[in-house]
Design a binder for this molecule. Structure first.
Ligand code: HEC
Length: 96
């Protein structure tokens, strides 16, 4: 019996890991959730969105409380977990 359950368990655990892996990673999160507006390197895409490299704004606050009314940070981004916010904040700091 144990021999039959083990592969199923292993498969579910690796599925979970696969599903969560990209979601915890700053560069990947940025690419999938931010780059379309802010650019791959956070260089900005005027007039769509400002440059993020070197921003003096509190990135965590923008992502959890929202920016100005025209920016969609809170609504579509409300699925961000605290871990993801931390990863994104750290990644934005590395942008130059
Ligand atoms: C649909 C377009 C769009 C997406 C997607 C988007 N942003 Fe923005 N972002 C904006 C706009 C527009 C502004 C300028 C208005 C404002 O500050 O709210 C902005 C402003 C910001 C600011 C403030 C910058 C400054 O110096 O004023 C930060 C920080 C930021 N975004 C981070 C992010 C991060 C991190 C993501 C990905 C999780 C993201 N944004 C996704 C459009 C977007």
């Amino acid at each position: 019996m144990k021999l039959r359950i083990a592969p199923v368990l292993l498969a579910s655990v690796s599925m979970l890991a696969w599903m969560q892996a990209p979601a915890q990673d700053g560069p990947t999160l940025f690419k999938t959730k931010c780059a379309m507006c802010h650019g791959d390197q956070g260089q900005g895409k005027p007039p769509m969105a400002p440059k993020l490299a070197g921003t003096t704004k509190d990135v965590a606050a923008v992502l959890t409380k929202g920016g100005e009314a025209k920016a969609p940070h809170v609504n579509p981004m409300s699925t961000l977990t605290p871990v993801q916010v931390t990863a994104l904040v750290a990644f934005v700091k590395t942008l130059k």
